[in-house]
Design a protein around this ligand. Structure first.
Ligand SMILES: Nc1ncnc2c1ncn2[C@@H]1O[C@H](COP(=O)(O)OP(=O)(O)O)[C@@H](O)[C@H]1O
Ligand SMILES: [Mg+2]
Length: 364
């Protein structure tokens, strides 16, 4: 049994080597921890700022053994790590947080929405789809249009397609590669909001302010934090987040994406069992940011303050937008975060900027 709280000098393992792992590793280092990254990618954004890097497939037994021997606790930055890898780490005696059940639920859109509804948390209507006949039946039940999403592996709007009428069913299933899917009813939202939530080893819960999300082509483009508007959705989102964390017996930070409807009611879209892009504003707009909060939670430390200290507009730098860093660095209210990725591929998340303004000033 690992004794918690972990003292500084302990080693924290992270499955995944992307920008989330990089920012987690930086936060962990600030608290005196060493980080070990396991990633299949050589020269990864996280690997280049970590004390230890293991470059291997996630399920390679030798790599998992090395990681388990090295680390006092292991977490993940990528929710599509194979469940088998996490279970193997536990079998080797490693302490893993968040727990593998939370990971498994979040990996499958059908299990995720079913779990949410069972916990009393509302979502859009949905049904599992494994055949054209089932999709046609979904049209009879819900009417058009329907959003068809693969159950597993989708991100940044990939693996989903709007289907306008029942006769388009076969084509839509083919477009998604005949993978197991769900069909969802339209959310009918007036805006998308998100909340970053944390739960500690002792069950303590810390919630960040609700934020507004703006997507383009299925990718998060901007976060406005805290979200404007009346307090009601904030309180509702906090209730939902706390219910979910407790139902999952969760330890760590979780990102929750929601739809706000015209009457102010909230539906959960999805959750990520990890730090989340909608929480990058906390790096410069809160006492303790989401990355440090996650490290604190998995290490068994007390959670830190989550109140906003500034208004923040977070904008993702996609592809070649990151090449404007010299201009961005000249803006006094702008904090620049770059992930050290080598290739500026179109749409790739290369970095982000946080533009700060005083809490009591009018929103930019
Ligand atoms: N049922 C829905 N109705 C309307 N829009 C949706 C629905 N589901 C998803 N979207 C839109 O697509 C975006 C991406 O969908 P999401 O399920 O969050 O997938 P991803 O895992 O790619 O983020 C959402 O942020 C939202 O803008
Ligand atoms: Mg999403």
């Amino acid at each position: 049994m690992t004794p918690f709280p972990l003292p500084p000098g302990s080693t924290i393992g992270i499955l995944g080597g992307g920008q989330l792992g990089r920012m987690l590793a930086l936060a962990a280092a600030r608290l005196g921890f060493d980080v070990a990254i396991l990633t299949p990618e050589a020269d990864s954004p996280a690997g280049r700022v970590a004390a230890h890097v293991i470059v291997a497939e996630y399920e390679e037994p030798g790599a998992l053994k090395t990681l388990a021997d090295l680390c006092q606790v292991i977490t993940f930055e990528f929710e599509n790590v194979p469940a088998g890898a996490v279970l193997e780490l536990q079998r080797l005696g490693a302490e893993v947080a968040p727990n593998p059940r939370a990971l498994a639920v979040a990996q499958d859109r059908l299990e995720e929405k079913t779990f949410l509804n069972q916990a009393g948390i509302p979502t859009v209507g949905f049904v599992p789809i494994d055949s054209e006949a089932e999709l046609r039946a979904a049209f009879r039940r819900f009417g058009p249009p329907l959003l068809l999403k693969t159950r597993r592996g989708g991100y940044d709007g990939k693996g989903q397609i709007w289907v306008e009428k029942a006769d388009d069913s076969a084509g839509a299933l083919a477009a998604l590669g005949q993978l197991p899917a769900i069909a969802e009813t339209p959310a009918d939202f007036r805006r998308e909001v998100a909340i970053i939530a944390a739960r500690g080893r002792d069950g303590e819960i810390a919630l960040y302010p609700l934020t507004e999300s703006h997507h383009e082509n299925g990718i998060l483009r901007r976060t406005t934090a805290p979200a404007a508007g009346p307090p009601r959705p904030h309180a509702e989102a906090e209730r939902i987040a706390a219910t979910l964390l407790t139902a999952l017996n969760y330890v760590g930070v979780l990102g929750l994406e929601l739809f706000e409807r015209d009457d102010g009611r909230l539906l959960v879209n999805e959750f990520a069992p990890r730090v989340h892009n909608t929480g990058h504003w906390t790096l410069d707009g809160c006492g303790v940011d989401q990355f440090e909060q996650h490290i604190r939670a998995v290490a068994g430390w007390p959670l830190g303050p989550t109140a906003a200290t500034h208004h923040v507009e977070m904008t993702n730098l996609l592809g070649e937008e990151a090449l404007t860093w010299a201009n961005l660095a000249r803006e006094p209210e702008t904090r620049v975060w770059l992930y050290g990725k080598r290739d500026h591929l179109p749409g790739r998340k290369m970095g982000h900027v946080n533009r700060l303004s005083a809490l009591d000033s009018p929103r930019r």
